[in-house]
Every structure is written in C-alpha cells, then in structure tokens.
Design a protein around this ligand. Structure first.
Ligand SMILES: [Zn+2]
Length: 100
C-alpha cells in the first residue's frame, strides 16, 4: 500500500479529534519502534511513521485509540466501548460520503 503524506495524516487526526470533541495539545509523527502510538500526560499524541503505510481502517483504529486516551487514561471496558462507538460512527460517516 502506498503511504499517505504526513500532511494528510495530520489533517485526518485533527478531523477525528474534532469529531470526538477532544483537543490534543500536539500531534507528532516519530519513530516509536514497537508502538503505533502514544499519548503523553500533557495531552499530545505521537504516532509511528509506520501508520502512514497502513490501511485507512487500521489507521483510524490507532488514531481513535490514542485520542481516546485524552479522555480515559486506562484501557478497560469503558475505554473499549468508547473506541468501538467512535469507530462505528466514523465508518458510517465514510459510508454516507457521496460517490465521485
Ligand atoms: Zn492505549
């Protein structure tokens, strides 16, 4: 799969953050080694370069996961329920997008 441009990725993160009504203090792309993403205590999110080459669906899962940490620090039932709801809402928004 051809990687997307960083600028496209940043726009995607900002768009999803807006939908989720969260405001990360920063969005970065870096070499995170074995992780896809991290969320700092100060509220900034960092993603591994590798996300640029993932499918949109997988990218969205990672973006939503990290942005959810801005509301819920810990993984748990509530965290997973929140991520699933956000992904379902993103997916239906994609489906509503008119064909061109
Ligand atoms: Zn996590």
């Amino acid at each position: 799969m051809r990687p997307i441009a960083k600028s496209v990725f940043y726009a995607e993160v900002r768009c999803i953050a807006k939908r989720m009504k969260v405001a990360p203090s920063g969005i970065e792309i870096a070499d995170l080694g074995s992780k896809w993403g991290t969320c700092s205590a100060s509220g900034s999110v960092t993603f591994d370069f590798g996300v640029l080459a993932l499918s949109m669906e997988r990218r969205h899962e990672i973006i939503v996961h990290e942005l959810t940490h801005l509301r819920l620090r810990r993984h748990g039932h509530l965290f997973r329920a929140f991520v699933s709801a956000q992904l379902a809402s993103l997916r239906s928004a994609e489906e509503r997008r008119p064909e061109s």
